[in-house]
Write a protein that binds this ligand. Structure first.
Ligand code: SF4
Length: 351
């Protein structure tokens, strides 16, 4: 523990800008590679580099939004942070403690404090259990409450999430999509967590109810002082809920900014392209859509140099050989791009 505390203090501001408080969650050099097996004997012939060396800090009571196209590694990052998948390298520090070093016993306690809300509420729930039974079971497993006390807690958390106490007796198929996601959120909150990974929590819902779930998540955050890692491909939704935004591309974090600064001006060409695709609410505002060339390269065979260079409208010769690192600007924002940090500084690596 002493060692991990020391790590936390010395790297406290990796992506924290001018923040003074200690991070609740810190990712350091986090990697997740999936082996590619070939042949009859299942020989490993390569790796899909889903997450390829991420550093970031998430501060208490805030929402950090991780955005990017589908397949960029953001959901894998969320699952590795909670140890739902093992990491290939790196560490995740929760209050300074390396989650990957935690024993099974310690992990049971940490799981109470670190919860996840999945994208598809239907598959996240057991169709054969009433929602009351499902949430009571979790309270029982974690030794929080049993019997009448558990029943009272379940009803209270369902009501707090916008449902009614008699819903405890209903099965998942008896709810609408929005109500089911409320149930999933209630189940996560029943354990009174401090940190929640919300993995595309509204993308499976009708547009008409997406804002209700976002409002619920925001209310719960202020009521319970929650900290969110909010994973989404939808930058118009992120604008409503995030405090800080991190943009992922091909397993790398390419920009981290405070929300207001990010939506005012994006530093990285990939962020600029993503933002240019959002419809403007005011039709009188003219803006040019940036169309990216080609497809996202395979994470099994990422390009040399900057991972975005095969699609970047501003690509330079140096981008094809020298990989830009995520580094701070003078204003405390972070970007991995040679336009922002010219490579003469010698801090970027060839590969
Ligand atoms: Fe584009 Fe080069 Fe910046 Fe990569 S480093 S985003 S290729 S300008």
């Amino acid at each position: 523990m002493a060692e991990t505390r020391r790590i936390s203090r010395t790297t406290e501001t990796v992506t924290g800008g001018s923040r003074r408080s200690e991070a609740l969650i810190s990712l350091r050099g986090l990697k997740k590679y999936f082996p590619i097996k070939t042949g009859v004997f299942g020989r490993t012939s390569g790796y899909v580099k889903a997450v390829d060396g991420i550093n970031l800090d998430i501060y208490p009571g805030t929402t950090f939004a991780l955005v990017g196209e589908s397949g960029c590694g953001k959901s894998t990052t969320g699952q590795v942070v909670l140890r739902l998948q093992s990491a290939t390298a790196g560490s995740v520090l929760y209050r300074g403690e390396n989650v990957f070093d935690a024993s099974e016993d310690r992990m049971r306690t940490l799981r109470k404090e670190m919860q996840i809300v999945f994208q598809d509420p239907y598959s996240a729930l057991n169709p054969r259990m009433t929602v009351g039974a499902a949430i009571r079971e979790i309270l029982h497993v974690h030794g929080i409450a049993t019997g009448l006390e558990a029943q009272d807690r379940v009803e209270a958390v369902l009501v707090r999430c916008g449902l009614q106490s008699h819903h405890v007796n209903r099965y998942p198929h008896e709810f609408s999509g929005g109500q089911r996601q409320r149930v999933v959120i209630a189940r996560a909150l029943a354990l009174d967590p401090t940190f929640v990974v919300a993995d595309e929590p509204i993308s499976a819902l009708d547009v008409s109810i997406q804002s209700q779930i976002i409002n619920l998540l925001e209310d719960l955050r202020s009521d319970r002082d929650l900290t969110y890692l909010f994973i989404s491909h939808d930058l118009s939704v992120v604008r409503h809920i995030a405090d800080r935004v991190g943009v992922m591309y091909l397993g790398h974090l390419v920009e981290v900014s405070e929300k207001e600064e990010f939506y005012r001006e994006q530093l990285h060409p990939y962020s600029q392209a993503l933002l240019s695709a959002i419809p403007k609410s005011d039709p009188t505002i003219q803006k040019k859509r940036i169309i990216l060339r080609g497809d996202v390269p395979s994470p099994a065979n990422p390009p040399a140099g900057c991972p975005f260079h095969t699609r970047c409208p501003s690509v330079m010769e140096v981008c094809k050989t020298v990989k830009p690192q995520l580094r701070p600007t003078a204003t405390g924002r972070y970007a991995a791009c040679h336009l922002v940090h010219p490579p003469e500084s010698g801090k970027d690596k060839e590969r």
